[in-house]
Design a protein around this ligand. Structure first.
Ligand code: NAD
Length: 344
């Protein structure tokens, strides 16, 4: 049922008609598959670009193109016929960025530069770039507005911020029409457990398998803005049709939840008491982080999936024996050594 408070989906669909072909980079990934499905339901001409094939086929009529965005010439060819590009492709893992910083920088920063250059050459495109709230570094206020200083402390956040700077530079120097979204902590069905570092997926997987839940840092003082991927998709579509060029918008739920509160939500959903174990050795990201979503709200954004509903849906999707999380939380290279010796 749609209330007057909910975003105008029909209006978004109508506004998307101004674009003749919509391309999504990273279309095979977690966010990409949700966005491609949402677009395919609203638009007749959607192209999913990725270096990897989709794990399950995209909706009918969606074109799939193989492209490595680190290859400037290949990017030019892949986006030449699109007039809206939503750019999601990249390395989404902070841990991978510590282990393979060059790969991370090339995949996030250089690839975004390549895309901006290609779109400037093709002349008619509009770009939406999905960045990360990690660019803010340690928040000084809660909730966090877009005017908060940026201070990355992970290679991942630096490479996402470099991508933002490429986008803004091309806006100013070449008139590229582009808008940036900064996503907070995402969750939802379809994340890859081998690389997904978000707490909702990790906590639920451990709990459903009868294991203790490992909280990196202080579970009471560490708070996050857990944003369901379907709400993120709503935000991205709004940026595509209504976002102001050259501007940055937070995309989150606007709700602050501590790790202990998340564990309680999981208990409520599953009816099983959670065993929360705190790892005091990882302290870098024990801080409050919640999005101020006022600016995106001005475009019509209304988050629709409360955490309790989102966790319940995810628990249903994961079933009784989900794959266990396969990633440690790493901020510095020496933590990798400690983590592997701890496992040995
Ligand atoms: N997942 C989160 O919690 C989160 C939070 C904030 C921001 N983001 C951003 O959202 C975007 C999507 O994240 P995700 O969680 O869907 O990640 P994902 O790893 O599931 O998807 C990324 C996709 O990009 C593709 N890709 C990687 N390198 C490529 C290249 N060189 N050329 C073409 N395709 C390439 C991958 O094959 C993959 O399909 C990323 O840019 C990430 O930084 C994610």
């Amino acid at each position: 049922m749609t209330s007057a408070q909910e975003p105008p989906d029909d209006e978004i669909t109508a506004e998307l008609e101004r674009y003749s072909r919509v391309a999504v980079t990273g279309g095979s990934g977690f966010v990409g598959r949700h966005l491609v499905s949402a677009l395919a339901a609203r638009h007749g001409d959607v192209v999913a670009l990725d270096v990897a094939p989709p794990p399950v086929p995209h909706p009918r009529r969606t074109q799939t193109r193989h492209v490595d965005l680190r290859d400037a010439q290949a990017v030019e060819a892949a986006v030449a016929d699109a007039d809206l590009v939503i750019h999601l492709a990249g390395n989404a893992s902070g841990t991978v960025s510590v282990e393979r910083p060059r790969f991370d920088f090339e995949t996030n920063a250089v690839a975004t530069f390549n895309l901006c250059e290609a779109l400037t050459k093709s002349g008619v495109a509009r770009l939406v770039y999905l960045s990360s709230a990690m660019v803010y570094g340690v928040p000084q206020v809660a909730p966090l507005p877009e005017t908060h200083p940026v201070a990355p402390f992970l290679p991942y956040a630096s490479s996402k911020l470099a991508g933002e700077h490429a986008v803004i530079g091309f806006c100013h120097a070449f008139g590229l029409e582009a808008t940036i979204g900064r996503a907070f902590t995402l969750y939802g069905p379809g994340e890859k457990p081998q690389i997904a570092g978000g707490e909702v997926s990790q906590f639920l997987r451990w709990h459903l398998r009868g294991r203790p839940i490992h909280a990196a840092g202080d579970p009471d003082r560490k708070t996050r803005d857990f944003c369901h991927v379907e709400d993120l998709v709503q935000g991205l579509l709004l940026l595509a049709v209504r976002g102001r060029s050259g501007e940055v918008y937070n995309i989150g739920s606007g709700t602050e939840t501590s790790l202990r509160e998340l564990a309680h939500v999981i208990e409520t959903v599953t009816g099983e008491p959670a065993r929360l174990v705190s790892d005091g050795t990882v302290t870098e990201d024990t801080y409050r982080m919640v999005a101020d979503i006022t600016k995106l709200g001005g475009l019509g954004y209304r988050p629709r999936i409360p955490l309790l509903d989102g966790v319940r849906n995810l628990a249903d999707a994961l079933g009784d024996r989900p794959e266990l999380p396969g990633v440690d939380t790493i901020f510095r290279a020496e933590q990798r050594l400690a983590a592997s010796s701890g496992r040995a």
